[in-house]
Design a protein around this ligand. Sequence first.
Ligand code: ZN
Ligand code: ZN
Ligand code: FE
Length: 759
Amino acid sequence: MNERRHITVEGIVQGVGFRPFVYGLAKQNGLAGFVLNDTTGVTIELEGEPPALESFLTYLREQPPPLARIENVDCRDIPPKGEADFNIVRSQGEEERSVLISPDTPTCGDCLAELFAPDDRRYRYPFINCTNCGPRFTIIKDVPYDRERTTMERFKMCADCSREYHDPRNRRFHAEPNACPQCGPRVRLLDGRGRQTSDGDAIAQAAELLRQGFVLAVKGLGGYHLACNALDHDTVRRLRAKKHREDKPFAVMAANLKAVNQLCYLTDEEERLLCSYGRPIVLLRKRENIRIAEAVAPAHRYLGLMLPYTPLHHLLLADAGVPLVMTSGNLSEEPIAYKDDDALSRLGEIAEYFLVHDREIHMRCDDSVARAIGKQELLIRRSRGYAPQPISVSVPFVRPVLACGAHLKSTFCLGKERHAFISHHIGDLENYETWDSFVKGIEHFKNLFAIEPAVIAYDLHPEYLSTKYAAGVSGLTKIGVQHHHAHVASCMAEHGLEGPVIGVGFDGLGYGGDGTIWGGEFLVAKLSGYERRAHLRYLPLVGGDRAIREPWRMAVSYLRDALGKDPFSLGLPGWDVISEKKIEIVTSMMQRRLNTVQTSSCGRLFDAVASILGLRHEANYEGQAAIELEMAALEGISESYTFEISADSPWEIDMRPAIEHLVREVKMGSPIGSMAAKFHNTLVPAIVEICRRLRETDGLNIVCLTGGTFQNVYLLERVVPALRNSGFEVYLNRKVPTNDGGIAFGQATVANAILQWGG
Ligand code: ZN
Ligand code: ZN
Ligand code: FE
C-alpha cells in the first residue's frame, strides 16, 4: 500500500543543492512526488511504500548536502494521489518568508579541479561555481533564491549551461549563479583611468603587473581589494602612503596551505580555520626571517593570512606565484568600495590598474577575521562567509527585535523566534557611506528574513549614530541597553546561559549611564539586568576622542594619580616627542575638569602603560597601543606588579602600585618586553581576585570574559587557566566577536529578556 507524506524542511536549504539531492534520493528509493523551494524553505511531497519513505527521511536528516544546515523537518501524512513520477517544481512566491540564506561559499574541490583542467570548458574561467560553492549572500537581491532575484539575472545561460542547470543529476542543477565563458560574467583589466588595456588573458596580465610591483584594485566577492606583491617592500610602503594607513596591518592572501606554512606557524586549529567555509583572515604567528615586507604588519608578531576563496583569487594567486597583500579597497577607515564607478573614482588615486568584472555585488561584505586560541576559534570580525547565517538562541524572541549595535565595528541584529540574524560588518558609523549602508542593510535584512521589528534596542551612548537611529524610529518599543551588559549578554546568549553569572566586561569605552565612561567592569548579570559590583579605579580622560588617538594623555592621568608628577618631572625616557606645553595643557584641563570625564576603561589603562613604556604615544588606528603592548609582551615571564582593591563596594581595582613600580623599572632601563609581560600578568590575579569575592558574596561560579580587551591572546592564555584553576567555569565569545561587533547580538538578547521577564 502506498502512502503519501507532506514534508517541510527549514534551515539553509536553498542554493545548496538541496532539490537535486532530494530528487536523486527520491529516485533511488523509487518514490514519486515533487520538491519545491518556498519562502519557508523546501517543501517535499513523497509517495511510495512506507519502508522507502522511512529510508528517504533517515538519509535526508543524516546526510544532507555539504552546505545545507537543516534546522527542522516537519512530516505529516496526506492522502495518496497515485502519482508515478518525481519532479522538481518551480519556486512558490510570497507567503510567510522564513527561509535562511547561505553565506558566500569558497570554491569547492570539484570546481577547482575543472578550473585548472585544460580540456574543461571552464578552464581558467574565474566565475566557475556549482551548487556546492560560489556566491550567495552578496548577489541575492530578494527571496526566494532564484537566478532572477540575483545579480546573475542579466546573464542568459547558454545551451550547455542550461542543460546542466536543468539536469537533476548534474552538480550544477539549479546552481543559480551557473555560468561559463560563453554566457557568464567576464573579467577585464583597466588602467587607472578605467580604460581597458588589452583583450588578452586579464588575470595572467594582472598577475604579471602585480609581480612587477604595481598596485591593483581587484573586484572580489563582497567588494574591492587593493592588491600588491607582499614581498615587495617599496610597493607595500607606497600602498600604505596612498591609502593613508600608517601602521594597521594588511591582510595577505597565499595560494595554499603550503605557502601559508612558509610564512607562519600553523596549529591544527588554525589550519582548520583557514580552510573552513568562512575562509576568514586568520591571525597567525610569523616565522622568523621570512621575505614578507616589514610594512605589511609593522611591529607585529602576527600576520593576517587567508586562502583564495573565489576562482578568480585561485587563478590570480597561481599566476602571481607570490603571496599578495589583499587589503580592503578603501581610503583609511571608509567602507570598502563594491560598486564599479565608486571604486574607479575612490581607488583611482591608489590603484595603478583595476581587475574588474561585470557580475554586480549587491551586498558589500568585508572579509571576516579570526584567530585561534587553543582548540577554539575567536571571531574578530564576523562578515563574509558567516553572514547572514543566524545564531540560534535558547530563549526564543517573544517579539521581533532590531538591535542597533554600537558605534565602532558596527553590526546590527534582527531577532525572530529562535534566530538572531547578525549583519555583516558595517564598520565605524562615522561617515555618510557607513551610515547609509547601515540603514539600507537593515531594510535588506528585514525583507530577506521577513522580520518586521516590534522592539528596538540600542546603546545608552546618546552620541552614537546607532542610538540616534533608534531615537528616530517611531512605533517601536524602545529599550536602551548598557554597553557592557550587552557584551556580557552576547557571551551568555551564545552559550545558552541565563545567569546570573559574573560578567567581566573589559574594553575601550562604553557609556555607563551615570555620566562616566566604563570599560573595566565586573557585573553580576542576568540577561534581563545587572549589578555593577567592581571596576577599575576611575581616572580622568581628557579631551574626548583625542584621548583615544593620543595614549600619552592617559599616561599623564595615570602618572599624576600614582605619583603626583608628570612624565617630564619623572624624567621618563622617550617623551621628548610630546611637548611639555601639551602636557601642561592636559594637566590644567584635568585640574579644571575641562572636557574631562572619569573612566574605568581597561583599554585606556593599556594605552597609559604603552605610553609610559615609550612604546606608543599616538595611535593611528583603534586599539593600536593595546595591540602593540600585547605584541611586545615576552613569553616565559611569570612576575607581575602589585595592585590593591578598595574596601568599599563597588570595589575598585587600584593600579597605582603597579604604575609606580613600572616607572621605577622604565627609569632603570628594564626591557620593554618584560615590563609589558608583567603588566599583563598583573591583570590576571586582579580578575581572579574579584571573581573569588563575587563567588563568596553571591555564590556564583560562572565567569563570562567579554569585551575588546579579550581579543588579547596573551591575556586569555593566562587568565582563563587561572580562573579554571580557581574552580570557575569560564566562557568566551566564540560565534560573535568579543569586541563591539558582538554588541548588537547582546542588545537583542537583553531586550528580549526584559520583554519576557521585566528589567
Ligand atoms: Zn563547486
Ligand atoms: Zn554557459
Ligand atoms: Fe565595547
